[in-house]
Structures are given as structure tokens and as C-alpha cells.
Design a protein around this ligand. Structure first.
Ligand code: FEO
Length: 387
């Protein structure tokens, strides 16, 4: 339970959630952290707390530096309970604490906890003096909720970014250069695809708002603190937020008796013949949140379902609901599937892809079991339509 000093007088005092495997529907195979940061100055300031069940862990870290009762300011940069869950117990200990937050943060915290805490609302661009340092706040609404804001310490060049630049990654390490690059970037990508993606236009605005700041540390509210790979994660966020894709495909399907799976393989052959890498993601064995991580950078999104009771298989409709909510843009879609008599599922898949704003490449509908000739035609037709 050691705190980690980031710069003189500034500490990571968060908590590590080794057990987390599902964050509101998103699989988190490596767990997560809830990052809280303590600044020792004339006004002792804590930036965010942790999920309620890990409050003791946070307090144990703080107690190694100061008596938690001495904390003057709690900066709530985001109301979601993975960061605000420790506030009620903290406010019982630090009785004179002032909660510094955005106006939407104040509303959100009151609606969550119904407590008469002392609030100080800060506007975007406002600076809070805390002694020899000042904290500047920039509102970043919808990255990830309406209340989000980031904080900046100019002397130490630390940007506290709330949910942005996070990763769900539990580890004994605290900095991005202490774990292999591939793990860190994979978790940052998975996090963007499943949490941040629908808010990409706000991400672009937020990045513009902080673009003039000199930054030596990006301190997010989940996962590792960025100190060595700041240019790389900033470049990745610019690409992801702009919906820039690579010339790759994902083929996502579920199958009842293997016919839709055969079509999936015929599509893969077409992509392969054109030199386009296609990831095969049957929904029976792939979680929708892992599929979304691949969707983040793929241009072609092929989705297949046989018809069951006049509709799609539930696994496919679940994926499409998730996909639509996360709202990737600038994609090319293709619906496919086999059917026995009604065949409604394929049009239903196509309709969702259309409602996502995707350009539609094709709709492939095969009755019962596709024979070799049919599969060859599917391959040839798709190949002819690909660049
Ligand atoms: Fe990590 Fe939107 O909370």
C-alpha cells in the first residue's frame, strides 16, 4: 500500500482492482486501477477518489503521507462512481473538505449521494490557487460524461486527464514504460474502443483545448501514467478520434448449423485474395467488447446471422446494439447469412449497419446450405467489389 511519488509533493494514492473482469459490459481481462492523486501544498488537494470497495486501500496510501483529515480540497473531475465512490467516507474523515468540480459535477454528485457537502464550482479555464502551485481546470464534457474536466499543474507539467488516456490494467507498475509497449497500447486501444469511441468529436475538442500545454506526465484515472509514450498515445488518440481506419476487415457472425460460418470463410477468401487482412470473430467464442477493439481500426465490417424465429440470433443482435451505441464512423458494411424460409435476419443486419451510417457493400443471403459453387460466387462477387 505504498504511495508513489510522481514529482516532489505529488503522489499517486489510488487503488488497484485485481479482480475486475467486467466494466459495465466491457471485458477487462487485466483488471483496472482507480487513480487518485494527492498534492501536498498549503491546501492539501486530492484529485478524485476510488471505487467504494477500495476506499481503505486509498486511505492507507494517503495516511502514509499525511493525516487524511487534513485534506482541504477534493477535486472531482468525474462523477462516475469508480471515481466518486470514496467521497462519502472521505467527507466523514476530512470534515472541512471542499469539493471542487464543474457545475454538472456538482449536480451529478448531489444526485448520486444526496449529501450537503461544501462545493466550489469551477468554470473551464479557471485556476485554483492551492499554495505555491495552482491547478487549472479545462472542462472536457462527454469524455466520458457531461461533467468531466481535466486539471493541469503548470509547474510540474502534469495533466490529470480523468477517463481520457486510461487503460483498464491492474499492475504493480505505475508508468507506461514499465510494461511492454504492446500490452499498454492494446489496453489503451481496448479502452478507447469500448468507452471513449462514441465521444470522439468531444475528444478532438478536448485535445485542441489542451494542445498548447507542455506536458511531462499524463495522469489518467485508470491504468498507467504516461511519461515515455506521450507522443505515441496522443497520435493514437488523434487517429481513433478521427475514425481513421486501416485497410482491414472484421468478419463477425454466429451460426446455427454452420452455413453462415461457411459464408464467413468465403468472404475471408475474397479479402485475402485482395491482400486485405480479415479478422474472423465468431460471436460464440468472442466477446463483443473484444470485437469492438478490432472494429476500432478496421474499414470493413461484415456481420452475419442466420434467421431464427424471424429474426437474428441474439448474440448478433447484442453485438449490433453495442456497435451502434459505440458509433464508429466511416466504415463499409456487409450483411450476410443463411436462412431456411423467412430470411429476415439478413435485412435486419443490413438495416442496423445502414443506421450506423456505413456505406453498404453487399447483402448476401443463402437458403439453407451453400454449395461450393455458391461459395465461389460469393468470393468472386466480393472480390470484384473490393479495391
Ligand atoms: Fe472511469 Fe467514466 O469513469
Amino acid at each position: 500500500m505504498q504511495p508513489i511519488e510522481l514529482k516532489e509533493g505529488i503522489y499517486w494514492v489510488g487503488a488497484i482492482d485485481w479482480e475486475l473482469r467486467n466494466f459495465h459490459g466491457y471485458l477487462t481481462p487485466r483488471g483496472s486501477t482507480y487513480n487518485a492523486y494527492l498534492i501536498i501544498d498549503e491546501k492539501i488537494t486530492l484529485i478524485d477518489t476510488v471505487k467504494h470497495h477500495l476506499y481503505e486501500e486509498m486511505i492507507a496510501r494517503i495516511a502514509q503521507i499525511i493525516d487524511p483529515a487534513q485534506i482541504n480540497y477534493l477535486v472531482s473531475s468525474h462523477v462516475e462512481m469508480d471515481h466518486s465512490g470514496g467521497i462519502p467516507r472521505l467527507a466523514e474523515v476530512a470534515k472541512n473538505i471542499t469539493i471542487v468540480t464543474s457545475s454538472r459535477g456538482e449536480t451529478g454528485l448531489k444526485n448520486h449521494y444526496g449529501q450537503k457537502w461544501s462545493f466550489q464550482v469551477v468554470k473551464s479555464g479557471e485556476v485554483l490557487p492551492i499554495g505555491k502551485r495552482s491547478l487549472k481546470f479545462i472542462h472536457t464534457p462527454m469524455v466520458h460524461w457531461p461533467d468531466n474536466m481535466v486539471g493541469y499543474l503548470s509547474a510540474e507539467k502534469i495533466l490529470f486527464t480523468s477517463d481520457a488516456f486510461g487503460q483498464h490494467l491492474a499492475s504493480a507498475e505505475r508508468f507506461d514504460d514499465e510494461l511492454p509497449r504492446d500490452i499498454v497500447m492494446e489496453e489503451a486501444k481496448r479502452y478507447y474502443a469500448n468507452i471513449v469511441l462514441p465521444h470522439s468529436s468531444q475528444v478532438i475538442k478536448a485535445m485542441q483545448a489542451v494542445s498548447g500545454l507542455e506536458v511531462e506526465l499524463i495522469a489518467p484515472s485508470h491504468g498507467l501514467i504516461w511519461r515515455s509514450r506521450i507522443p505515441e498515445i496522443m497520435a493514437a488518440y488523434r487517429e481513433w478520434a478521427a475514425n481513421r481506419t486501416t485497410e482491414t476487415a472484421v468478419i463477425v457472425w454466429d451460426s446455427m448449423w454452420g452455413s453462415t460460418a461457411k459464408i464467413a470463410r468465403a468472404l475471408q477468401t475474397a479479402f485475402e485474395n485482395k491482400g486485405i487482412r480479415a479478422r474472423m470473430l465468431p460471436l460464440g467464442v468472442n466477446h463483443i467488447s473484444d470485437v469492438m477493439t478490432e472494429v476500432l481500426t478496421a474499414r470493413y465490417i461484415c456481420v452475419g446471422s442466420p434467421t431464427l424465429n424471424n429474426g437474428m440470433l441474439p448474440t448478433v443482435s447484442s453485438f449490433l446494439t453495442y456497435l451502434k451505441g459505440l458509433a464508429p464512423k466511416e466504415r463499409v458494411g456487409l450483411a450476410f447469412g443463411s436462412y431456411g424460409w423467412g430470411g429476415q435476419s439478413i435485412s435486419q443486419v443490413e438495416e442496423v449497419l445502414r443506421s450506423c451510417g456505413f456505406e453498404l457493400l453487399d447483402k448476401i443471403k443463402v437458403q439453407y446450405v451453400p454449395d461450393q459453387n455458391t461459395l465461389q460466387k460469393i468470393t468472386d462477387n466480393l472480390q470484384a467489389k473490393l479495391p
